[in-house]
Design a protein around this ligand. Structure first.
Ligand code: PA5
Length: 428
């Protein structure tokens, strides 16, 4: 059963999928047989079925320990080392998720944010999950040094060691050296999986498990998506259908951007994860769609005007939920002073759906803007796993269509070098 269906029926421009089939067949082999550009980073393709079972057991046990003994878990990482976990936890948990609280740090150098987190943690019982594949990322390393110092002051060096969980490369890096020396519980990020494709490893699974969601369900969802995306036939493969449509809009019609839209504030971080996945994978050689995201109906009151009548430089991709984890019914009001009795008895899911339908019509028929609709039946842990893998597979296909290696990020190094030079780091 397909858990995400790609609807291209709302495109304004015509896209002929058939003419890309041969190329897609070829690229699919590069992905499956791990022979494409950057093939030493294609480990994520089989990770949902090839994951280390002992590691998963250790992740679950450690997560139970943190859940039973701490009030807060601080996840310290940046980019692919935190966005997936954050996306899943917010999408699945909403505002009412029970403790432990999950706080993200290591993704900024802003002294106010960092200072606020440190102040907030004083006197609280917290554990740390420091995540860095390279082990040398400045934002993460700076935050971790501060967190470690605070924790050691709070509970002493010995207890601090038991409260720190490190996720890093198996063989190398400063974090691995430190973790070994201090004796931290350590989880492994396989060397053939890059940060932005790592949510199905301990990078995503440990924080997700601490937040109370089953990491096995995430993996099962990803495994189902893997199964559904292995066949390159564009009449069946919904991820490739999406990848080819976005490529065609860019290449054939010169549309330069894509806005990922959902109708749920709990999916804001899914947008952040998706922007990193596509932005860092494809944005090279002066090519690729600009990835943007928005939440409707909220942003219809900010970006809505621009989308309707501003420059036609982007298309929209809508994540359409087929069900909600809770619903709310509009009550009757005797006086009806707000004039809303016409909605009496209607669930908000119905009203949200009508907002979606009305907006789709306005943006396609009236505004002439291309819309792709990705309908997902259920966004539980399985559904999140499915969605993660769906986009990962689509992104690899899309980058290869552009002739880009999806798994490196040479441009990111430039700001780091400049910053190190300005900070006086030895060797820069
Ligand atoms: O996707 C990527 O590879 C990057 O976004 C990295 O995840 C990010 O730069 C953090 O790197 P590291 O895990 O080495 O600290």
């Amino acid at each position: 059963m397909k858990h995400i269906v790609t609807d291209l029926g709302h495109l304004v421009h015509q896209v002929d999928l058939g003419k890309y089939q041969e190329k897609v067949n070829q690229i699919n082999l590069w992905i499956k047989e791990k022979t494409g550009k950057g093939n030493d980073f294609l480990g994520w393709v089989d990770q949902p079925i090839a994951y280390d079972k002992d590691e998963l057991k250790a992740i679950k046990e450690a997560a139970d320990y943190v859940r039973n003994n701490y009030d807060v878990l601080v996840v310290c990482g940046i980019g692919g080392s935190y966005l997936g976990a954050r996306a899943a936890i917010e999408a699945l948990g909403g505002l009412t998720r029970k403790s432990p609280e999950i706080i993200f740090m290591g993704q900024t150098l802003d002294p106010e944010y960092v200072g606020d987190v440190l102040d907030y943690l004083k006197g609280r019982k917290f554990a740390i999950n420091v995540i860095s594949k390279s082990g040398t990322t400045t934002e993460t390393a700076v935050s971790f040094r501060l967190l470690k110092e605070l924790l050691e002051k709070n509970i002493g060096v010995e207890m601090a060691r038991k409260s720190i969980f490190a996720t890093t490369d198996k063989e190398k890096g400063a974090l691995l050296t430190l973790a070994k020396k201090e004796g931290y519980t350590t989880f492994i990020l396989p060397s053939d999986i890059g940060g932005r494709y790592s949510v199905q490893t301990a990078v995503g699974l440990f924080p997700i498990a601490v937040a109370g969601f089953d990491p096995e369900e995430i993996l099962e969802g990803s495994a189902a998506a893997r199964e559904d995306t292995n066949d390159p036939d564009l009449s069946k493969n919904e991820a490739y259908k999406y990848a080819v449509a976005r490529y065609a809009l860019y290449e054939e019609y010169g549309i330069n951007g894509e806005m990922l839209i959902s109708y749920s504030p709990s999916l804001v971080q899914v947008g952040e994860w998706w922007k990193q996945l596509f932005g860092e994978s494809e944005g090279k050689s002066d090519k690729a769609l600009v990835p943007m995201s928005a939440t409707f109906t909220t942003d219809l009151h900010s970006l809505g005007q621009f989308i309707q009548q501003g420059t036609k430089s982007f298309f929209e991709t809508i994540i359409r939920k087929g069900s909600y984890r809770k619903d709310v019914e509009m009550p009757h009001d005797e006086e009806n002073l707000d004039g809303l009795n016409f909605l009496e008895g209607k669930p908000l899911s119905y009203i949200n759906e009508k907002a979606y339908e009305g907006t789709l019509l306005a943006h396609t028929k009236d505004a002439g803007r291309d819309n792709i609709v990705l309908s997902i039946d259920k966004l539980d842990a399985f559904g999140m796993g499915y969605l993660f893998y769906f986009f990962e597979r689509a992104c690899a296909m899309s980058a290869y269509l552009l002739g880009i290696n999806p798994f490196d990020q040479p441009g990111v190094e430039i700001y780091k070098k400049n910053m190190f030079h300005l900070l006086g780091k030895p060797g820069y």
